[in-house]
Design a protein around this ligand. Structure first.
Ligand code: NAI
Length: 319
């Protein structure tokens, strides 16, 4: 297979001064892209700022013969990052929303500030950069956007209520951005990484930490951003040299009414609980229209079911 390259493409990587973002920036640059290396250069908890993190990565890219420019803005000012790309390279093709912080505390101890800062950086920041880049991408009929989620968002994690809420929200954002951009070849996907970085250095056991190089994940992100990749609105988990698609599944469920006249009672829910939660015949839906379609099919089924049986239970709103 010929090398998948990014010549002529302008890539913005947020939080590219360290960890995963740095690795993404280096890979894109090594494959011909011009890279905006964004990093606020703050602490792990969102404190402080410094130009050093971004500068070091830009220098490394240039040393390797690549093209890059630093941007020190917070992603919360997303439009400024896009301006940096336009001012320096005249376009923006690929946006990797990667910047992140942690402010872990158990639910009761979380302050408003812990909640707001984490949401600002992860969710609002991704919204701001994406909103600013989106019209440019649509106009040029090409764009690839990545959101960064986390298993903490997908499954929850003790002490990360703020972070997991923001990380799951990014999946909703990505899916809608993908839908709104699809007609103009602007696709948006989500990466769920697990990698050795300063965010995970005291969370992952040392023997696992060493096997989780960001370099194992960067090619997955790069492929999702290539012209040839038609994936859109997907969530892809990757770690340690493995990648797989993640999707929501829904059980086949149970109809809680036997006819259109029938009502739903708490007892019927209880009696059907095993079927409601039976995942044996669980399925996935590709779009909201499919979910609505399944709902309408259920209602149609009720209309054609035995009406005489329904007359025995006239409790349509039996709360
Ligand atoms: P990292 O801490 O090594 O890198 C994050 C970078 O974002 C830092 O250089 C930091 O200065 C920058 N940053 C923070 N706030 C910023 C802001 N407001 N504007 C611009 N830059 C800002 O972390 P890591 O591990 O590389 O994480 C990257 C992304 O991957 C984050 O979104 C994180 O939540 C996510 N993630 C990481 C996992 C892991 O195992 N490392 C697991 C799941 C998700």
């Amino acid at each position: 297979m010929a090398d998948l390259r990014f010549d002529g493409k302008v890539v913005i990587v947020t939080g590219a001064g360290a960890g995963l973002g740095r690795t993404y920036a280096l890979l894109f640059a090594s494959r011909g892209a011009k890279v905006v290396v964004n990093d606020l250069g703050g602490g792990r908890h969102g404190d402080g700022s410094s130009s050093k993190a971004a500068d070091d990565v830009v220098e490394e890219i240039r040393r390797n013969g690549g093209t890059a420019v630093a941007d020190y803005n917070s992603v919360i000012d997303g439009e400024k990052l896009i301006k940096t790309a336009l001012d320096n390279f005249g376009r923006v093709d690929i946006l990797i929303n990667n910047a992140g912080i942690l402010r872990d505390k158990s639910l009761v101890k979380l302050t408003d500030q812990d909640w707001d800062l984490v949401h600002q950086v992860h969710l609002k920041g991704s919204f701001k950069t994406t909103q600013a880049a989106f019209p440019i991408m649509k106009k040029q009929n090409f764009g690839r956007i990545i959101m960064t989620s986390s298993n903490s968002g997908l499954y929850g994690n003790f002490g990360q209520a703020n972070y997991s809420a923001a990380k799951m929200a990014l999946i909703g954002l990505a899916k809608t951005v993908g839908i709104e951009g699809a007609r103009n070849n602007v696709y948006c996907n989500v990466i769920v990484p697990t990698a050795a970085s300063r965010l995970t250095e005291d969370i992952l056991p040392p023997e696992v930490f060493n096997e989780l190089k960001p370099e194992f994940i960067a090619p997955v992100v790069a492929y999702l951003c290539h012209d040839s990749c038609q994936e859109n609105g997907s969530v892809v988990e990757s770690a340690g040299g493995w990648a797989g698609k993640v999707t929501l599944v829904r059980s086949n469920g149970a109809l809680l009414r036997s006819s259109i006249q029938d009502g739903v009672t708490v007892e019927k829910v209880a009696q059907n609980w095993d079927r409601i939660t039976d995942m044996d015949k669980a399925g996935t839906f590709g779009a909201i229209q499919e979910v609505t379609g399944a709902l309408i099919e259920n209602l149609e089924g009720l209309k054609t079911s035995d009406v005489s049986q329904a007359q025995d239970s006239p409790d349509v709103f039996d709360f």
